[in-house]
Design a protein around this ligand. Structure first.
Ligand SMILES: *[C@@H]1O[C@H](CO)[C@@H](O)[C@H](O)[C@H]1NC(C)=O
Ligand SMILES: *[C@@H]1O[C@H](CO)[C@@H](O)[C@H](O)[C@H]1NC(C)=O
Ligand SMILES: *[C@@H]1O[C@H](CO)[C@@H](O)[C@H](O)[C@H]1NC(C)=O
Length: 266
């Protein structure tokens, strides 16, 4: 299964200096942990993470990004991946960090992965949505987080984020709530990554990412989901969404979070 992930901010602030990077994993990423289980191969064209019976691995981007479009092709752990989690996320640093999460929860052969998503703004998460991953994510928007600052909800728009990914074992909770355990006889488990591109602002390169001077061809700044994309989100929500914090009235007995008023619901 190959999924190319499309990060989409509903409010994008652009800059006239947008950096486009051609994918080379040596140039763009560092393997950060995993004692040799994370590897960059094929002259930087391929990155693999693996998990042996107990221990995983991870990598992080060298650059920090603010606003833009980031593409990566991920090949998730094939076959029996129950109990494994492949996390792919953007995160800034510090206690009031911003974060956008994609976590792929493995499953036994033939059963669907779950895609778990969350958004943190100013250190606050609790914005989970989960989907069965049995449709093509490529070019299908699955989630939009609108700017609800007017309702008092912080929006991730000023803290640059690095791209992180890791593969680890979480059979205490991941697959059917921990009922299905990782089967070590299938180890090592391997996820692969290729074809990374970032059409995104890199503030450390000196660009002012929130500059109001826009170039017309780098318009992530003003990009919005069109009505066809809104329809696709509703289709995904209707057919594949398993959990949406915005409908969890048990969890929020005092009232749903304010941004839920602006969430597209089917
Ligand atoms: C795995 O497949 C089963 C059966 O379809 C499903 O109930 C479960 O939600 C799937 N995903 C995970 C992560 O357990
Ligand atoms: C890499 O991604 C680009 C678009 O980002 C696509 O056109 C190209 O076909 C991809 N290459 C491979 C080998 O999949
Ligand atoms: C704009 O970016 C600069 C750094 O480039 C930062 O100091 C400033 O706070 C930002 N302004 C807003 C409104 O985010």
């Amino acid at each position: 299964m190959a999924s190319s992930i499309f990060f989409f901010y509903s409010l994008l602030i652009s800059s006239h200096l947008v950096v486009t990077l051609g994918g080379n994993f040596y140039q763009d990423f560092d393997i950060t942990w995993g004692d040799g289980r994370g590897k960059i191969l094929n002259n930087g064209q391929l990155l693999t993470l693996s998990l042996d019976k107990a221990f995983g691995s991870g990598f992080v981007s060298k650059n920090e990004y603010l606003f833009g479009k980031i593409d990566m092709q991920l090949k998730l752990v094939p076959g029996n991946s129950a109990g494994t989690v492949t996390a792919y996320y953007l995160s800034s640093q510090g206690p009031t960090h911003d974060e956008i999460d994609f976590e792929f929860l493995g499953n036994v052969s033939g059963d669907p992965y779950i895609l778990h998503t969350n958004v943190f703004s100013q250190g606050k998460g609790n914005k989970e949505q989960q989907f069965y991953l049995c449709f093509s994510v490529d070019d299908t928007p699955i989630r939009e987080f609108k700017n609800s600052e007017s309702l008092g909800v912080p929006f991730p728009k000023s803290q640059p984020m690095k791209i992180h990914s890791s593969l680890w074992n979480t059979d205490d909770w991941a697959t059917r709530g921990g009922l299905v355990k990782t089967d070590g006889t299938f180890a090592p488990f391997t996820a692969s990554y290729r074809n990374f591109t970032a059409d995104a602002c890199v503030p450390s390169s000196g660009s002012s990412c929130n500059s109001s001077s826009l170039s017309s061809n780098n318009a992530w700044f003003s990009q919005k989901l069109d009505s066809a994309s809104q329809d696709k989100i509703r289709w995904v929500q209707k057919n594949y969404m398993i959990y949406n914090y915005c409908t969890d009235t048990k969890r929020f007995p005092q009232g749903l979070p304010p941004e839920c008023a602006t969430t597209n619901l089917s």
